[in-house]
Design a protein around this ligand. Sequence first.
Ligand code: HEC
Ligand code: HEC
Ligand code: HEC
Ligand code: HEC
Ligand code: HEC
Ligand code: HEC
Ligand code: HEC
Ligand code: HEC
Ligand code: HEC
Ligand code: HEC
Length: 290
Amino acid sequence: MLFVLSSSVNAEPDNHDVGDKECYLCHKYIKKNTGFLQSSHGVLFSNTPRNKWEARGCEACHGEGARHLDVAGVDGYSGPQLIQSFKPESDNIESINELCSGCHQGGDTLHWSGSLHQMSDLACTSCHTLHSKQREVKPKVCENCHTEIRAKLQRSSHMPMREGVISCMDCHNAHGSSTDAALSKPSLNETCYQCHAEKRGPFIWGHAPVQENCATCHDPHGSSHNGMLKMRPPYLCQSCHQTVFHPSEVRGGSGLSGTSISKFMGGKSCVNCHSKIHGSSHPSGAALQR
Ligand code: HEC
Ligand code: HEC
Ligand code: HEC
Ligand code: HEC
Ligand code: HEC
Ligand code: HEC
Ligand code: HEC
Ligand code: HEC
Ligand code: HEC
Ligand code: HEC
């Protein structure tokens, strides 16, 4: 299969493949220092190609090299190198993505086309680095762009993400998915149940918002309230429940001045009594207290 890069460089009629040996003459360090030959692409393309495209080796990605050889290393030459460079400059993002997608369309990358990342002009190489055997993904790549999320990870209540126990990819597919927010599972709650299976139930007494969407109450990236809550109880609870007949105010009306703090409203407040907030299977747990 002959792949033609959309960049004008390789559309030149006098361009053609020259073979890996030529490349190594000048780019010795690619062989010696980068571990490329031990990477998936290196092993396959250089040693055990399964088709004509893979057999092009370096040129399977960098495109035909003949014109590059005409200019590369020539004394005093300072023009373009006439080869696909993968520098994520805006003018070649499309050709990079087209190239990579030529071989990677299924599996994890199925939903790439139309994903927010694709539409925001990210290149595959915004995240991937291919000349290294250890890793194909740049370190800290998500946090570098998503600074707001990075800030949330620093809040007092968070899952062990900055500690390295779980990662963005436990919940997201970087290439997009069929859900909002590119989640890795078919729904938000399914994403959480991977690790919090006990919250799935079934319960005799369920709590409607829990079964509906964990993120109604929790911020998955971190929060300054206990338990990664978006809001502190009682306010969180009172955003849905109006309770006139029992403890519902931080500063109750029981004191003379109406400013005493109800003993039930300190700390976890409503959850002091309604501790089975995610659901209860106790025969008399209808009010989620046991
Ligand atoms: C005659 C020596 C020579 C040969 C042979 C050669 N290159 Fe280069 N190449 C250079 C020089 C010099 C540069 C510019 C300096 C640099 O970036 O290292 C360069 C730059 C590059 C770049 C970066 C381009 C850019 O715009 O920054 C790539 C990619 C590349 N070469 C790939 C290849 C591939 C693939 C082959 C084999 C098809 C090859 N080179 C063969 C000398 C050579
Ligand atoms: C000629 C086909 C081809 C091209 C072009 C290609 N790849 Fe691959 N890539 C493969 C094959 C084959 C594998 C081995 C694993 C597999 O079968 O998916 C692979 C593996 C990978 C992996 C996984 C590495 C691993 O160790 O599992 C990543 C990431 C990847 N490619 C990204 C890219 C990116 C980014 C580009 C564009 C710069 C690209 N590929 C271009 C064929 C290709
Ligand atoms: C926003 C960052 C990002 C972008 C953009 C991106 N990837 Fe990835 N990709 C990742 C991460 C992170 C992983 C590792 C997933 C994991 O470890 O679960 C990955 C994994 C892969 C894999 C290996 C999947 C497997 O089954 O092991 C391939 C192949 C791949 N990416 C190809 C591509 C291609 C092709 C593009 C462009 C069309 C692309 N990626 C764009 C972040 C990205
Ligand atoms: C699977 C696609 C792919 C293949 C095959 C490939 N490269 Fe690259 N190359 C890239 C990407 C992507 C970059 C951008 C930098 C990075 O990802 O590490 C790059 C960067 C480069 C650069 C410039 C940056 C640097 O690291 O100096 C040179 C030179 C280069 N490649 C040479 C080669 C040579 C020589 C071969 C064959 C031995 C080769 N490449 C095979 C994808 C590929
Ligand atoms: C425990 C699961 C989980 C982890 C881990 C996770 N996220 Fe999320 N992320 C979500 C959920 C769930 C949503 C949707 C939130 C909603 O609908 O309210 C989301 C939404 C997002 C959004 C969309 C904007 C927004 O703030 O709602 C971005 C961007 C994002 N996550 C980036 C990241 C990054 C970057 C990482 C790693 C540092 C990460 N996420 C780790 C679950 C997770
Ligand atoms: C080069 C910058 C960049 C990198 C790197 C990057 N993102 Fe994004 N991401 C964006 C942009 C731009 C958007 C579009 C929405 C926005 O502006 O926040 C986005 C959106 C998202 C969304 C929301 C998707 C949706 O469909 O609602 C999630 C989730 C996300 N990124 C996760 C990640 C993860 C996980 C990584 C690391 C593997 C990552 N991003 C790396 C720039 C980046
Ligand atoms: C990949 C595994 C994983 C996934 C997926 C996951 N969690 Fe967690 N979660 C953890 C771990 C580990 C902890 C820390 C548990 C501990 O310290 O005992 C935790 C803790 C929590 C806590 C308690 C935090 C605190 O400060 O007390 C909440 C709330 C939570 N997760 C909600 C969620 C929600 C909501 C989702 C889905 C958006 C989710 N989790 C998805 C692993 C996960
Ligand atoms: C109605 C609001 C609400 C919803 C919806 C909700 N939670 Fe919670 N969650 C709480 C409260 C309140 C706490 C107790 C926080 C504290 O004070 O420590 C809590 C605590 C947690 C904890 C840490 C303590 C424990 O019980 O293990 C985890 C984990 C957790 N929630 C996971 C989830 C998951 C997963 C979902 C979705 C299936 C979910 N939550 C939905 C309100 C909610
Ligand atoms: C997003 C809205 C929402 C939030 C936030 C919320 N709830 Fe609920 N809660 C509901 C709904 C809906 C029901 C089911 C009501 C029904 O069936 O009449 C319910 C039922 C209950 C019940 C069972 C009582 C009954 O009538 O079945 C208790 C107790 C309860 N919630 C306490 C709390 C507490 C405590 C909090 C705060 C940690 C909270 N809720 C947060 C919506 C919410
Ligand atoms: C001192 C313990 C206690 C505290 C604190 C408490 N509750 Fe209750 N709550 C109860 C008991 C006991 C019931 C069951 C009453 C009954 O069955 O008549 C109940 C019932 C409820 C019900 C169901 C009412 C109904 O119509 O059946 C809701 C909703 C509720 N509480 C919400 C809250 C909210 C919101 C807060 C915090 C603002 C809160 N509770 C704080 C003990 C408490």
